[in-house]
Design a protein around this ligand. Structure first.
Ligand code: B1M
Length: 234
């Protein structure tokens, strides 16, 4: 019997359990992540704290070792899968605010890029804050954004890119909106690990969002301004 099998998650103290969840995420153990997430919920942890302290932090460690060539794509896929299983449990709880709809967002990862964990997290947090979110998935050419805009008439367009090779595609989407005379109809928010504020400005986005919490705050701010402008011109 391995050490892993000896560990009973429910017998661990909170900090040990969180530590163990980092290890389990690293090892891509989906069922253990589900179990750990449920245990922390039963112990009264806030869904947001489980998300940030157990899951996102675990994924940060995975990311470091991926960068350093210690972990490879197949292993990281397992970690991502385990992370998604935890997020799946937390999603309805994060969305359970009962708040009226603050606005509508279409969010997607841009063409050439299949990273979706951060984007999904932003979507979940936006839903939790009271936005209606249409998540159009990964690898989206500009046509997909246009189709979703037509269909959902969003207030906010969110774009995610995790690769230095795909982040320039965000400008393609924004430039297309400009060409079509639609740019000013929406707030465009961008995010993803390789981006920064300067890049966001350079491509003509309204704002770069460092993380999901910043995305929510920024979106709320823009909606507040939009409503103020509308009531001033009424
Ligand atoms: Co890839 N990957 N990956 N990867 N991967 C990175 C991004 C990388 C930094 C790893 C590294 O080398 N350290 C590196 C990019 C290097 C670069 O471009 N400079 C990299 C690479 C190279 C690759 C491949 C090319 C590897 C290969 O095939 N040789 C390949 C590319 C595939 C492709 O997209 N075409 C690849 C593949 C993969 C997997 C499929 C194995 C998997 C993705 C699984 C999935 O997403 N379903 C994967 C993963 C998991 C990662 C790392 C390890 C983790 C990303 C993640 O989920 N982080 C990542 C390393 C890293 O980022 N440190 C890496 C957790 C997530 C919560 O954070 O996504 O940053 P993040 O999202 C944050 C913020 O950025 C922000 O809010 C989120 C929540 O707070 N945010 C937004 C994100 N999107 C936003 C949108 C908004 C607002 C905020 O809109 C309003």
């Amino acid at each position: 019997m391995s050490d892993e099998e000896d560990i009973v998650l429910s017998e661990l103290a909170d900090d040990e359990l969180v530590q163990q969840m980092h290890d389990d995420l690293y090892d891509g153990l989906k069922e253990e992540i589900e179990e750990g997430t449920n245990i922390l919920l039963e112990r009264g942890w806030q869904p947001y704290n489980i998300l940030t302290q157990a899951l996102v932090e675990g994924m940060r460690i995975v990311g470091e070792d991926f960068r350093d060539g210690i972990l490879f794509v197949p292993e990281v896929l397992l970690s991502a899968n385990a992370m998604k299983a935890g997020m799946f449990i937390l999603r309805p709880l994060l969305a359970e605010t009962g708040a009226p709809t603050l606005g509508t967002m279409v969010i997607g990862t841009v063409k050439g890029d299949i990273h979706d964990i951060g984007k999904n997290l932003v979507g979940m947090m936006m839903e939790g804050a009271g936005f209606e979110v249409f998540n159009i998935g990964i690898n989206n050419p500009v046509e997909n954004f246009l189709e979703a805009i037509e269909q959902h008439k969003p207030d906010i367009i969110g774009m995610s890119a995790l690769l230095t090779t795909t982040m320039p595609y965000m400008k393609v989407v924004i430039d297309t909106l400009i060409e079509k005379g639609m740019r000013d109809d929406f707030v465009v928010l961008v995010g993803g690990a390789p981006l920064n504020e300067e890049f966001g400005k350079a491509i003509g986005a309204d704002s770069y969002c460092r993380d999901a919490a910043v995305a929510v705050e920024t979106a709320k701010d823009f909606m507040k301004r939009k409503h103020n402008q509308m009531s001033a011109s009424a």
